[in-house]
Write a protein that binds this ligand. Sequence first.
Ligand code: GLN
Ligand code: ZN
Length: 754
Amino acid sequence: MKTSVIGYPRIGILRELKFASEKYFRSEIGAEELLQTAKELRKTHWLTQKNAGIDYISSNDFSHYDLVLDTAVMLGIIPKRYQELQLSELDTYFAMARGYQGDSGDVKALAMKKWFNTNYHYIVPEVEDDTKIRLSNDKLWKEYEQAGALGIETKPVVIGAYTMLKLCRYTGVKNETNFIEDMVAAYKALLDRCQKEAINWIQIEEPALVQDMTKEDIEVFHAVYDALLPYKKDVHILLQTYFGDVRDIYEDLLAMPFDGIGLDFLEGKETVALIEKYGFAKDKILFAGLVNGKNIWKNHYDKTLQVLEGLRQKEIQVVLSTSCSLLHVPYTLENEEKLAKEYLDHFAFAKEKLTELQEIGTLAEVKNYQDEEAYRKNQKFFTRKRDCDHDEVKERLSKVTKKDYVRVPKRSSRQQLQKEVLGLGDFPTTTIGSFPQTKDVKANRSAYRRGEITRQEYVDFNKKKIADCVKWQEDIGLDVLVHGEYERNDMVEYFGEALGGFLFTQKAWVQSYGTRCVKPPIIWGDVYRKSPITVEWSVYAQSLTKKPMKGMLTGPVTILNWSFPREDISIKESISQIALAIRDEVLDLEENGIRVIQIDEAALREKLPLRKSDWYREYLDFAIPAFRLTHSGVKPETQIHTHMCYSEFTDIIPAIDDMDADVITFEASRSDLLILDSLRENHFETEVGPGVYDIHSPRVPSVKEIVKAVRIMLQKIEKEKLWINPDCGLKTRGVAETDASLRNMVQAAKEIRS
Ligand code: GLN
Ligand code: ZN
């Protein structure tokens, strides 16, 4: 059976692309060197797949920042303000991704959003009324040729017109339907060029098909492809979907002249049922997404082979594929030197998944595959018991009652009390938690990790940093302070390490956005708190100031969503276990004099099912109560904050309010402020700090611009409820820009007050 990979990670096993890009941003290397690094990475990735025996290998899955941005640029969707900078092609691209502040001008970055239900972020393309959508560069063919020169015939990948139309923001009066015609023409030009280059297969990705589709959406899809497909000639088109099933349009797809259809059998709950009900097309190849592109557990060959057997009996032509791009899993287990084999044996990262594809593909052709060595070896991991139970956790969870999910008294009677106790006036200023993670901070942590310094030395250094940070914040004039999070590498890894039940990798990086990578922990077993985690730092920080010091925790939903979850118990059960562990920490902080506690839920929205009809039943109905369980035990005067890294929660405002936090801070500076209208319409009760400036870019916001942002907010939010803060943590920012930005922010708050 042939095998296919939707996409491969691109940041580099040792994050080579990240480091080269960052050097380029700091002008330490030139474009040549960056492009060379990129070229070598592509080569390595193709050869790895080739050597693993993969038949359909992708090209153009490489990106310097993001694939949606690449596609936008390919289509000429570049807002005027970036064109006017008159930078090189590469720098214009980076200006859109990261903002630009320099000799040529001062422009913010485009908005960034979560890529469907993942922790990957894409850049939101902006279409202006006079944007001329047309094929505008040849990245796709250059990369195809590069692979060709290595003797590898690839299938170039590109995000499809329908998904692009859905993801773009339209800044003028026109909307997606006004651009269909140009879009079709651009993709037609793309197909023509593929025809000219004698490209055999092209993978057109349409993940937007797995979301609920209205009648109009289906019309848009037809308008695009009914116009486009007649031009495909000899080029074979694989219509690739992932992250769910295509129940709203499956029958239509079968009837359309695609040569291959890629379906997700893992997250696509109805994929098998759709095939049962409507069959598949004789003239098409089914690219069956059965090897998980999102999670790191070994594939259970027996289950996969049964699905394949079912397809074989239906006489469907099948290519075995990943469920989505392998971008969402780390590269390889090969560099994991610390984890014991008994653990590693249960996992497969990208490279190991290539082997799985190859082995399953081979087994699928063998009649008595049960006798094969590869099968037997795999089966062993699923029949023996893993050492992952912690009985006390299960018992404690079974004793949780309804009342444990409810904080008393109700929020409206807590808010005034908290203001008085904490001595907060109008428009309190605060930050989201982390302060710049400068080189010395990282060096201190890694020296401690490597055993080069003692725990005392490590602690002393951090205490000094905390003391400086507290002084710095007092000097700036912030109202609610933070300790700076110098002890944390990552907001989830840090907590995972302190909790029982988690496993950690050394090199298992996954791209989150641009050059930013995360190293998600693995939830191996039942989760519990071993001992207090943050109390020492927060108490020390509070001892240095009279102002309220905000304790800083990560919430259960985010811990779960940014980890690789178990597949043997439900998400609900895992989240509840984590909630109890965080609850212990919340109560300890309070007990030790911390009066404001922020429980970050940066990733709450992330695992929201892509189909609205599943939102509550399959997620919010347990995720929101899990958050309440963390803080329902605190006193009325203890102020609970939460933070979210985005503002797309217009559609779940009641659920967010139902978390029963006292204050929520969120990202607003990079998106329009429409969310504020919705908050008002929904009688949102939680106090709000819609970030007044964008921390994802090094740009320093002026006082004037912040005042303006706050004035707009004030038209929509009662002044008693508005907080002034940046839109996320400051850890990725430099010291100078942080200082300047925060001073401007505090100054803006002063001007507003007066
Ligand atoms: N408290 C965290 C920080 O400031 C929150 C980070 C986040 O929301 N991603 O870094
Ligand atoms: Zn954030």
